[in-house]
Write a protein that binds this ligand. Structure first.
Ligand code: COA
Length: 166
């Protein structure tokens, strides 16, 4: 059983992330989308909200795929991966600008746990320019983001900013 972890902050999950998940689910027996703590970020959505959005996005986008699930963890990614018997960590590479940070993380993770391999997947080029910050920014100014995120996420963003500003 080949298990892969796809970690991230997912604030919120986007179609770009889901494109990576779909590709990974064709390569591995099980893919765990794992909500991680990134100490550099202060997310808009609470951890429980982000996890619910990931779960709802899996149900919306991959109703037929039984090998994708969501989870959250604290602490080091590689320790979590070992605890789940995973052999790989999946990360998306959108552009050259992602490379340096990803390379650094992958090498550190390999130093910490040589048995875990980082696998980079390229999302579809239509998602190259996407990230969660841009999505939050568009939603904050009332723009429809439903071309870029699952319906449940677009709705949650709408509600979040309505509550925040009204
Ligand atoms: N499509 C769209 N957007 C994408 C994307 C894709 N395919 N891939 C990445 N992104 C975006 C994300 O939305 C995010 O955007 P934002 O910064 O605007 O919010 C950004 O690119 C990168 O974020 P993400 O993929 O969520 O990763 P991250 O950098 O927040 O995650 C962790 C890093 C969580 C994996 C890392 O901090 C970690 O492993 N933490 C656990 C602690 C640990 O082990 N630390 C040691 C690491 S060596």
């Amino acid at each position: 059983m080949k298990i892969a972890i796809y970690p991230g902050t997912f604030d919120p999950i986007t179609n770009g992330h889901l494109d990576v998940v779909e590709r990974a689910s064709e390569l591995f027996d099980e893919v765990i989308i794992a909500l991680a703590r990134n100490s550099q970020k202060s997310p808009l959505f609470r951890e429980s909200e982000r996890l619910e959005l990931i779960q709802a996005s899996i149900a919306e986008c991959f109703p037929q795929r039984a090998n994708i699930r969501a989870d959250a963890f604290q602490g080091l990614l590689v320790e979590y991966a070992v605890s789940r018997n995973a052999t790989a960590v999946v990360r998306g590479l959108r552009a050259l600008s992602d490379f340096e940070y990803e390379f650094q993380m992958a090498l550190m993770n390999r130093k910490l746990a040589p048995q875990i391999t980082t696998v980079f997947l390229m999302p579809h080029e239509e998602y190259t320019y996407l990230n969660s910050t841009i999505i939050r920014e568009l939603a904050r100014y009332g723009k429809d983001v439903s071309d870029f995120v699952p319906k449940v996420v677009a709705q949650a963003l709408k509600e979040k900013f309505e509550v925040k500003y009204h």
